[in-house]
Design a protein around this ligand. Structure first.
Ligand code: ATP
Length: 575
């Protein structure tokens, strides 16, 4: 008697020899199998129509038909049920033809009981394994289809191998996108998620991206979070990557209505000041007015300009960024307005200016406070006339560009001192946005720290889990003269110096630790932190201002201003 529950099953025996049917039925039933018999081809078909079998024994010769015919029909209907051919005489050719067509095995008459039971047991075991595998596959396919997150897999050449229903909905993928390169798909979004997949394929490690606006043309509000993972087979061979896309739009909407958004485009911050800023940007995004963004260095002025551009209708057109302080006057003029060939030495061909390149979109003029009086005048004309003149060509060219300017300088003061044109100042400050310094929104420091830890974990291939409560307190108490940029550098410093799962006080940058010591003194003044931090950085770098500014995460001009403000003296110069 067969005691192996695994291999119990329903068996059909098809043979025109009554005594063979009888002995098969007797031997197999005694083992606990449920056995049915059929005397010919038609009867076999009838049995197959009415019932399900786990194993079929079939004679190769079946009256006017052949067992091979039966095998063919079975294979068309059901791939899994093993069929064992019974040959009346050892005709190896027919038997091997049967195996080629998908028979599990063959046995020859006269059949020995031991052989029969052995082949039946092995075929039924095989059937169970196949059933289990296809069950797992069906379950996985059902899970794949039913999860709410979008799933997209690609192979090593970025060809889409599969995606589920949620991905169809979130990303707008169509059935025939399978087999296409992901970069070649005509998607209606920014495609920033593809960059993450590219990096996963390149670096072969999981990556995440929190809350990203898809900039989908049909669903402009759509916000998603992404995570990717490399795909490996059992032998550890890498064969592609999978991306999980979580639609966070509803959560984002809810947070917006509750004024609790944690991020907006690339900006991070959950406090009141940032909520006001997000709302303000959304309101301004729909109007074409010029915007002047004011704020200390590192407060995120460029990110605000980006968010302004991406939240409005101009997002389909370019956002062109110009750092006015980084270029000499002549270069800036040619960069902004363009030039014609031969208009000055070195003008070997026509050059399209950035105003023209930004046509229909936005131009971001960073460090606007640093432009020369001549450039101020030229810019004033663009603002007044909405047209530009290329160097060497007096023909005005109409441009439709939204101007977003930014500065960390006190422009009003510059106007008072006669260093900045008042008329240009008024034209620029149609709408002014004052960005809060990080010390004015310290409640955002924990989520910024988390954000930068995630970022640098990915950049540096690390797995820092967080910072200790004491270290976080020190980060929150510090005044951050270099604002978010400095905090970002501080987190990078932490990741470089900390090899433990959680960073503690001694992994913090020197300036934060020093400020902590100085504020613990009873007579510590609020400004002391900043002064101490700057002094510490200057001392550490032997008063090399470029290095000190880098250490502090501020630009050199800001550092000079702070040195003046705190009346710090370079010991080298005093001597
Ligand atoms: N709210 C924020 N969330 C996340 N990152 C931020 C935020 N604000 C600034 N950053 C980061 O800080 C760095 C400086 O930001 P950004 O260049 O926008 O500042 P800025 O005010 O334009 O500085 P500067 O006046 O020196 O040009 C960037 O790496 C930016 O990603």
């Amino acid at each position: 008697m067969n005691t192996d529950v695994e291999v119990s099953g329903r068996i059909l025996v098809v043979d025109d020899e009554k005594c063979l049917r009888f002995s098969f039925e007797r031997f197999l039933s005694a083992e606990g199998y449920r056995v049915s018999t059929a005397a010919d081809f038609e009867e076999a078909l009838g049995q197959l129509r009415n019932g399900k079998f786990d194993l079929i024994f079939s004679d190769i010769v079946l009256g006017g038909h052949s067992g091979i015919e039966l095998l063919r029909i079975l294979r068309e209907r059901d791939q899994n049920t093993p069929v064992i051919m019974v040959t009346g005489f050892p005709n190896v050719e027919t038997a091997s033809e049967a195996v080629r067509l998908g028979a599990y095995d063959y046995i020859s008459k006269p059949v020995v009981k031991k052989d029969l039971l052995q082949v039946a047991r092995s075929a039924l075991k095989y059937k169970r394994a196949i059933d289990r595998e296809s069950e797992t596959r069906t379950n996985l396919a059902a899970i794949f289809e039913s999860v709410r997150d979008g799933l997209v897999s690609v192979d090593c050449s970025e060809v889409v191998t599969d995606f589920n229903g949620a991905a169809r909905k979130i990303c707008g993928l169509a059935e025939d996108d399978r087999g296409e390169k992901i970069g070649s798909l005509a998607m209606l979004c920014s495609g920033r998620c593809r960059e993450l997949l590219d990096r996963t394929l390149e670096q072969r490690r999981p990556l995440t991206l929190e809350r990203m606006t898809c900039e989908h043309l049909e669903r402009p509000e759509q916000v998603v979070s992404l995570s990717t993972a490399p795909l490996q087979n059992r032998d550890g061979d890498f064969f592609g990557a999978v991306m999980v896309i979580r639609d966070e739009t509803r959560l984002n909407d809810l947070e917006r209505s509750l004024n609790q958004r944690q991020s907006f485009h690339r900006m991070i911050g959950q406090g009141r000041r940032m909520q006001e800023l997000y709302g303000f940007i959304e309101n301004l995004a729909q109007v074409p007015s010029t915007v002047l963004i004011l704020g200390e260095s590192g407060t995120g002025k460029e990110l605000v300009a980006e968010a302004l551009h991406l939240s409005g209708t101009r997002k389909k057109r370019p956002l062109v960024k110009v750092n006015c302080a980084a270029l000499s006057d002549t270069l800036l003029e040619s960069e902004l307005f363009g030039h014609v060939k031969g208009s000055f030495t070195g003008a070997i061909k026509d050059h399209v200016g950035r105003f023209q390149r930004a046509d229909g979109g936005t131009i971001f003029l960073d460090e606007i406070g640093d432009i020369s009086p001549r450039m101020q005048l030229r810019l004033l004309r663009v603002l007044q006339e909405k047209e530009v003149e290329r160097i060497g060509d007096a023909t005005p060219i109409k441009v439709d560009v939204r101007i977003v300017a930014a500065t960390n300088q006190d422009l009003e003061e510059k106007v008072r001192r006669g260093e900045f044109r008042q008329d240009l100042y008024y034209r620029l400050k149609v709408i002014t946005m004052q960005l809060p310094a990080l010390r004015e929104r310290k409640e955002d420091i924990p989520c910024l720290v988390d954000h930068f830890i995630r970022h640098y974990n990915q950049e540096l291939g690390r797995n820092l889990q967080g910072v200790s409560a004491e270290a976080l307190q020190a980060l929150q108490n510090y005044d951050w003269p270099g604002n978010v940029r400095q905090l970002e550098h501080a987190v990078e410093h932490i990741l470089i110096h900390c090899m433990e799962p959680v960073a503690t006080l001694h992994h913090l940058p020197q300036e934060v630790l020093q400020a902590r010591l100085s504020t613990s003194k009873p007579d510590g003044e609020p400004e002391n932190d900043e002064r101490q931090a700057i002094l510490a950085a200057l001392r550490k770098t032997d008063w090399n201002k470029a290095k000190a500014a880098r250490l502090l995460g501020i630009d050199r001009k800001t550092l000079y201003r702070k040195i003046e403000k705190f009346q710090l003296l370079d010991p080298g110069e005093v001597a």
